[in-house]
Design a protein around this ligand. Sequence first.
Ligand code: FAD
Ligand code: NAI
Length: 476
Amino acid sequence: MSKQFDVIVIGAGPGGYIAAIRAAQLGMSVACVDEWKNSAGGPAPGGTCTNVGCIPSKALLQSSEHFHHANHHFAEHGITASGVSMDVAKMVARKDTVVKQNNDGILYLLKKNKVSFFHGRGSFVKAGDGGYEIKVSGAAEETLQGKQIIVATGSNARGLPGAPFDEENILSNDGALRIGAVPKKLGLIGSGVIGLEMGSVWRRLGAEVTILEGLPTFLGAVDEQIAKEAKKAFDKQGLKIELGVSVGDVKVGKKGSVSVAYSNAKGEAQVLEVDKLIVSIGRVPNTTGLNADAVGLKLDERGAIVVDDLCRTNLPGVWAVGDVVRGPMLAHKAEEEGVAVAERMAGQHGHVNFNTIPWVIYTSPEIAWVGQTEQQLKVAGRAYKSGTFPFLANGRARALGDTTGMVKMLADAATDEILGVHIVGPMASELISECVVAMEFRASSEDIARICHAHPSLSEATKEAALAVDKRTLNF
Ligand code: FAD
Ligand code: NAI
């Protein structure tokens, strides 16, 4: 006799575990199935985000930033720190502890909300009268029956053709987060989010870092002015970024070094020799093991599950959220979709506003944005006003000793509604929240300009950028 549930969620990444909790809060009986194993073979819910994504990368970024500060910025505060060294094994062990705390936290939350957790792979068996049969294989061997299903199976790193990940020399995000010693030379393919974050970690620890990027423009999705400012800062840090390259053969030598043949922007043949190579050229939706064919679940040509605006698949009662469907591959987007789907199941009107999903790149300086870029507004032919304010003129930034970058606000020329905010600078990840809230409430730049911001705070730069839209900054 199979166990019966109102909802079975397949995948316990941020999309899946949050959907499971919300559905349980709304009174449904919920099962959540996840196959991720920790090093001891036990359950490790949290998906890519917790295990090999957002959380561990931010832990390493923090450790490497402390190291960088101790070596390069303490002295200006009058602190003498001699013989500063980095114990990479300890840094990685700390990261693993942070990951485990999150895994345990999620198991606790599922239990607290009375979600039944099954550790193993979930796959479709068949559709029946009352819903769908899901087989769990792994640590747990069960057959479950769910009236409704939420698929939240996430994504995997995309590899280079002919250069499969061995996680020793050619690394995906997984291996990149487990490098045991500072490589003398580190290569990365792709100067997107992972390339910049991981490149920053190892550059700060002393590696010679080269990033090969296929596109001729740096951070094409980011507002051009902001991307330019960020590039200047990365150049200064010694992150070598080559744009417009075409990557050819990748070979692993006998001693584990990796050689990458490529042609540069001028079309000249080049070879990059490195100790480790991280391939960060995007991610592909993961439906491996789902047995989607058994029930006729429709995938697109990229392998993503086809959904409508409400995350409904082609099958009645089957929903899909997060990286496995269209849209940005971000943890908070997956979470919001998970909540919205659970609420829709309960007859409520869950909603995700794709126009106000923030993006953050956790480099130093951080890069964060919400809404449209200046280039997008130009292409759309929308009349706009722009205001910028540099952190150089912000008292808190000066006190912090981090004055790189600016806040840039774009507002409609006629109505003054905020259309986009783009930040490069200290704590951009935190500053962007105010802008997301403002855009959700359809605020004007004048609204932000009139709001009292604490002094001294970095958020005053946001207020000043809003004042700059009306050409009336007070501190610049
Ligand atoms: P996942 O987190 O991928 O979770 C899917 C889960 O489903 C996994 O646990 C998997 O084991 C399980 N699963 C798959 N198939 C089955 C099956 N058949 N049966 C049972 N279980 C299954 N996003 C941000 O917003 N901020 C960041 O700072 C950030 N940093 C990142 C850093 C890196 C290095 C990477 C790689 C990604 C980062 N991301 C970040 C992206 C973020 O991790 C993803 O967008 C997010 O994890 C997607 O959530 P998800 O629930 O859709 O899928
Ligand atoms: P990405 O899409 O951010 O960047 C990939 C880069 O690789 C692009 O610039 C692309 O032009 C380049 N590229 C693609 N094919 C190439 C090739 N053959 N040769 C050279 N360059 C090539 O993907 P990335 O960095 O792998 O990250 C995947 C996703 O994970 C991100 O898009 C994001 O959704 C998520 N993520 C989010 C983070 C955050 O929110 N802070 C951090 C890390 C990842």
